[in-house]
Design a protein around this ligand. Structure first.
Ligand code: PLP
Length: 404
């Protein structure tokens, strides 16, 4: 008899966004005239920038000509894209990351999930609480955690790093030393950032304890303040202890096109083994590369015109973020994030739970957000709104909330 992977059975109920989707659908069925505004799921709404669309058209045409047709992409990604990434995302920030330390993929979600395959089962993982659920769930599927405890909302064997208003949503160094540490800054869901001193402390801690940091910088392009690190490799010694994930999804609106990359420095090793060849082997064996036309589109993001246009889009979303942040503050809410990240994290009023506030907002304002508890127990009593809606919807949603 075929056997299933029983680790999947440890995952509780439905994934957060399916639970939200069901609640919204039920409400819509009962109230067909409701004009619902969704500021819940972190998906972009602006169309792809014209400079990137032009490049996409050109690349599609190339695929129709014998002379320029391309088949499988190189395992690590096309050199033209990896070089652009190395130059613009790293060398321009004095980070010594070369093109062949970059692995192009179809997004950061798969990379964050898949990376644990190159690590043994007996690693302990540490995650922030609240957290982007993929880090935990992918380790549950792999069997690297114990059972889920519905009462605490936690898995046995996982080290949770509380991120609260008291610590500015930046975790403290844990006493029990984890082998793998997931960090994400700018943070989803809290919108918090980490300054260089604090990040350097994490790098030093990892180097001292032989831990590896898995650093998710998917929202790096939303950093607006100076002296916030854009990459973990801005810290000294990070090449000896950190892997970094990046995505084109929120930087350039590629959630539908699909493109991301992972950086594994050549010197990064543990147990005397380099990690670069392991990930190269995994990549080459289980993945056949992001499409040529999409990698060309990625290259166009780094062109002069491309950069100008994507910066405009980011400014548009951050204009929304400011409207949400200021609007909620004006109504007396306790609000976080929204300055270096497209997420606004608010404390629910009147001691409402996250889901009570979700229902309240859905019914009274027809606005959908994400209950903080869906990201972990320390998210209870918080709520996430995203700045990725259209300007019109964002203004309308906040104006509705203001009248409550
Ligand atoms: N990492 C974080 C923290 C995210 O919030 C998201 C998307 O919401 C991703 C990664 C996924 O990125 P991608 O679209 O490249 O898979």
């Amino acid at each position: 008899m075929a056997k299933i992977n029983k680790n999947y059975l440890k995952l509780p109920g439905s994934y957060l966004f399916s639970a939200i989707g069901k609640k919204v659908n039920d409400y819509k069925e009962a109230n067909p005239d409701a004009n619902i505004i969704r500021l819940g799921i972190g998906d972009v709404t602006r169309p792809i920038a014209p400079a990137i669309i032009d490049t996409l058209h050109g690349a599609v045409n190339e695929m129709g000509e014998e002379a320029s047709f391309r088949g499988y992409a190189p395992d690590l990604g096309y050199e033209f894209l990896r070089k652009a990434i190395s130059d613009f995302d790293y060398k321009s920030r004095n980070c010594d990351i070369s093109a062949d330390e970059i692995f192009v993929s179809d997004g950061a979600k798969c990379d964050c999930g898949n990376i644990q395959e190159i690590f043994g089962m007996n690693n302990t993982i540490a995650v922030c609480d609240p957290v982007y659920p993929v880090y935990v769930d992918s380790n549950v599927m792999a069997g690297r955690t114990g059972d889920y405890d519905a009462e605490t909302g936690r898995y046995d064997g996982v080290i949770y790093l509380p991120c609260t208003a008291d610590n500015g949503f930046v975790p403290e160094l844990p006493k029990e030393v984890p082998d793998l540490i997931y960090l994400c800054f700018p943070n989803n869901p809290t919108g918090a950032v980490i300054d260089k001193t604090r990040l350097q402390e994490w790098v030093d801690y990892a180097n001292k304890n032989d831990s590896i940091i898995l650093y998710d910088a998917a929202y790096e392009s939303y950093i607006s303040e100076d002296d916030i690190p854009h990459s973990i490799y801005e810290c000294e010694g990070a090449k000896e202890c950190a892997i970094e994930f990046r995505s084109f999804s929120k930087t350039a609106g590629f959630t539908g096109l699909r493109l991301g990359y992972t950086v594994i420095p050549k010197e990064l090793e543990t147990e005397g083994e380099k990690l670069w060849p392991l990930w190269a082997r995994r990549h080459g064996t289980k993945y056949n590369g992001a499409p040529y036309i999409i990698q060309r589109a990625g290259e166009a993001v780094y062109s002069k015109e491309g950069r100008r246009q994507v910066m405009e889009q980011i400014a548009y979303y951050m204009g929304n973020a400011k409207y949400i942040y200021d609007g909620l503050k004006d109504c007396g809410y306790e609000v976080y994030g929204g300055v270096n990240a497209p997420y606004i994290w608010l404390k629910t009023p009147d001691k409402m739970t996250s889901w009570e506030f979700f229902d309240y907002l859905l019914k009274k304002a027809n606005v959908v957000g994400t209950p903080g508890v869906g990201f972990g127990p320390k998210g209870e009593g918080y709520f996430r709104l995203t700045a990725f809606g259209s300007r019109e919807n964002t203004l309308a949603a906040i104006d509705r909330i203001k009248t409550l």
